[in-house]
Design a binder for this molecule. Structure first.
Ligand code: CTP
Ligand code: CA
Length: 224
């Protein structure tokens, strides 16, 4: 077989990936959510598959085709994503959390549409489970990769998340840099682990994803 970039570096590994936003319903026609196209997570799923992995992709609402050979599970809310991730977790070798999970959800979603009334509207929000931190807290855990979208002090915030959530690796996006992040097709990542790091230069998300997958494979090898 051809040994192109990334070919086979995750051969036979099982990889679980979250992608896209989560949407938290206020009522049947309104929601609170995060900005995310899902492109980065889907590109990572395709790259992991191309590297020989058996890939399960848990996705929030996005309008993207499922990458070839990838098992996709669609969810809407953070609670649904949490449930789907834990159901798929046994036997996984790698967990990559690329989803933009809503940190909070409406405390009391309404069964019926709220009619317009009054000058203001207060909505109480309650904290969602931290899917990534919970996976990392398991005794039998896979190799764990988080993402961080930061606007400022990128390395400090990313390293703080790496430590606090007990991750093996974190990939940081510089939000607000030209050509980077969100709906864009291009991205650049700063990847950090406990005693090192690596820059992945601005390129289309599939090229960046392939480099991230190579980096994960190298770190897994180094960790034994
Ligand atoms: N994440 C998750 N579940 C959540 C929140 C975040 O799995 N409820 C994951 C994301 O998929 C990402 C990582 O945690 O891989 C970091 O997300 P981020 O929003 O940057 O971190 P938070 O801890 O929520 O911190 P903050 O939003 O305050 O920066
Ligand atoms: Ca968050």
């Amino acid at each position: 077989a051809a040994r192109g970039a990334g070919a086979g570096v995750l051969q036979g590994r099982r990889v679980l990936i979250t992608a896209g936003p989560t949407l938290e319903d206020i009522d049947p026609v309104r929601f609170v959510g995060n900005r995310s196209s899902g492109k980065m997570g889907f590109a990572v799923a395709a790259a992991a598959r191309a590297a020989g992995a058996e890939v399960t992709l848990v996705s929030g609402p996005v309008s993207l085709p499922t990458p070839d050979g990838v098992t996709r599970i669609d969810v809407r809310s953070a609670q649904q994503m949490h449930q789907a991730v834990f159901a798929a977790l046994p036997g996984q070798d790698v967990f990559i959390a690329a989803a933009a999970v809503a940190d909070y959800r409406p405390a009391e979603p309404l069964a019926q549409k709220r009619k317009k009334a009054g000058e203001t509207w207060q909505i109480d929000l309650v904290l969602n489970p931290d899917i990534l931190a919970e996976v990392a807290a398991r005794p039998q855990r896979p190799f764990i990769v988080g993402f961080a979208a930061e606007t400022n002090d990128v390395e400090a915030h990313a390293r703080d998340k790496l430590r606090r959530k007990r991750l093996d690796m974190i990939a940081a996006n510089h939000v607000g840099q030209p050509g980077c992040g969100f709906e864009s097709c291009d991205n650049a990542l700063s990847v950090y682990w406990q005693d090192g790091g690596e820059e992945i230069a601005l390129a289309d998300k599939s090229a960046v994803a392939a480099q991230l997958v190579e980096c994960i494979a190298r770190r897994m090898e180094a960790a034994g």
